[in-house]
Design a protein around this ligand. Structure first.
Ligand code: FE2
Length: 336
C-alpha cells in the first residue's frame, strides 16, 4: 500500500505484504517503546480497568488479569508475558511485524501453541476504536485468558480442525473463533458477562455491550430474577426468522463495504430494524443483538471487522461453549 494513502477498511483487512527480513527472531523479541507509547498504553489500561466495567467481565478473565501482573503504566516485555503464561498453560507468546495475520499462518502457529502479538500500538486518534487488532488488544484482551487452562484447551481446538477443514468449513471455523474468543458472552452468576477479547479491549464496544445488558432488563425483555439463558433462548426461537433477515441485511451492507467505518458502522442494526419493518422491542430493541451461541446462525454471519459488532452470541456456561465448539470442530479434526 502507498504509505501516504489512508487505508480504507471494507470490513476485511487486506493482506499486508511485509518484508520478511524485518520479522522478529527468537533472539530479538523485545522493543524499546517510546514514552508516548507507554502513555497510550497507560490511558487504554485505565480506560477499561474500572470497577464498573470489570464487574461485567467473566471471572476467568479477572483471575487471569491478576496472574498476568501487567504494569498499568508500561507495555510488558515478551519475557514477562511468557514468564506468567508458559508455566501455567504451555503456551508461548511471539512478536510479529505482521499487523493482521492471514488465518492460515496464524493457525499454523496456533497448532504449535504460539500466540502471536503484533508490534503495532494504536495511535491517540484511535483510542475508542481501531479496526486492527493492536498490541493492547492482543495483550490486554487475550493474554489474561492464556494463563487459564480452560482457555488454552479452547484455543487448542481450532488449529487441528482448521488444518483438515475444507475451504467452506474454514470460513465457519473463523466465524466460530470470532464470535467466541473475540466477541463471545457467557452467563455467570445469572448475569451476562463479557468473554470476547475484541469487546474487552475496546472501551466503547465494552460500554455499549454492558448498556445492552441493562437495556434488556429495563425493557423487560429479560427478568434478571429468573434464569436468564432460557429467556434469551425463548426470544431467539420466537424471532429466528427476523434475526436471519437482519443477518442478511448485515451481509448486504458488508458486501457494499458499509460496515466498518465509525461513521457508517455504528448503529447499523437500528437502521436495519427500520428498513426491514421490524418493531424495535424485545431482543431487537438495542444497538446490538444478543442471541444464544447457535452454530447454524453464526455460520450465516461473516467474520469481519465492524465499527461496532452488531451481534453477540452467549453461551450458558464456558463448559457449554467447550461442548458446542467440540460438536463442530472435533469431527473435522479427527478426519484422516
Ligand atoms: Fe484477537
Amino acid at each position: 500500500m502507498d504509505k501516504n494513502q489512508t487505508p480504507i477498511y471494507t470490513g476485511d483487512i487486506a493482506a499486508e505484504h511485509i518484508d520478511p527480513t524485518r520479522e522478529y527472531t527468537t533472539e530479538n523479541q523485545e522493543i524499546n517503546f517510546s514514552n508516548e507509547q507507554h502513555a497510550i498504553w497507560a490511558d487504554l489500561f485505565a480506560g477499561v480497568h474500572q470497577p464498573y466495567l470489570l464487574e461485567h467481565l467473566c471471572r476467568e478473565y479477572t483471575r487471569g488479569l491478576e496472574l498476568l501482573e501487567l504494569d498499568p503504566y508500561r507495555i510488558p516485555t515478551v519475557t514477562h508475558l511468557n514468564g506468567r503464561i508458559t508455566p501455567r498453560t504451555g503456551w508461548h507468546i511471539e512478536r510479529t511485524v505482521v499487523r493482521y495475520t492471514l488465518a492460515d499462518d496464524w493457525y499454523k502457529k496456533f497448532g504449535q501453541r504460539i500466540f502471536l502479538i503484533t508490534d503495532y500500538l494504536r495511535t491517540r486518534d484511535q483510542m475508542e476504536f481501531t479496526p486492527e487488532p493492536d498490541m493492547f488488544h492482543d495483550i490486554f484482551g487475550h493474554l489474561p485468558f492464556l494463563t487459564q487452562k480452560f482457555y488454552a484447551d479452547i484455543e487448542d481446538k481450532f488449529a487441528p480442525a482448521y488444518m483438515k477443514a475444507t475451504q467452506e468449513e474454514r470460513e465457519v471455523i473463523k466465524r466460530l473463533a470470532w464470535y467466541s474468543t473475540e466477541f463471545g458472552l457467557v452467563v455467570q452468576d445469572n448475569r451476562f458477562k463479557v468473554f470476547g477479547a475484541g469487546i474487552i479491549s475496546g472501551r466503547k464496544e465494552l460500554t455499549r455491550t454492558i448498556m445492552e445488558f441493562y437495556r434488556l432488563g429495563r425493557d423487560n425483555a429479560i427478568d434478571y430474577t429468573r434464569p436468564i439463558f432460557p429467556q434469551l433462548n425463548a426470544h431467539f426461537q420466537a424471532n429466528k426468522t427476523n434475526l436471519h433477515r437482519i443477518i442478511d441485511g448485515v451481509n448486504a451492507l458488508h458486501q457494499k463495504g458499509q460496515m466498518s467505518s465509525a461513521d457508517e458502522g455504528w448503529n447499523v442494526v437500528l437502521s436495519l430494524y427500520k428498513n426491514l419493518g421490524i418493531k424495535q422491542e424485545g431482543m431487537f430493541g438495542g444497538e446490538v443483538i444478543i442471541a444464544p451461541f447457535d452454530i447454524e446462525t453464526i455460520a450465516r454471519i461473516p467474520k469481519t471487522v465492524y465499527a461496532f459488532n452488531p451481534m453477540l452470541f452467549v453461551c450458558e456456561s464456558l463448559e457449554q461453549m467447550d461442548k458446542l465448539l467440540d460438536s463442530y470442530l472435533k469431527p473435522i479434526a479427527m478426519r484422516n
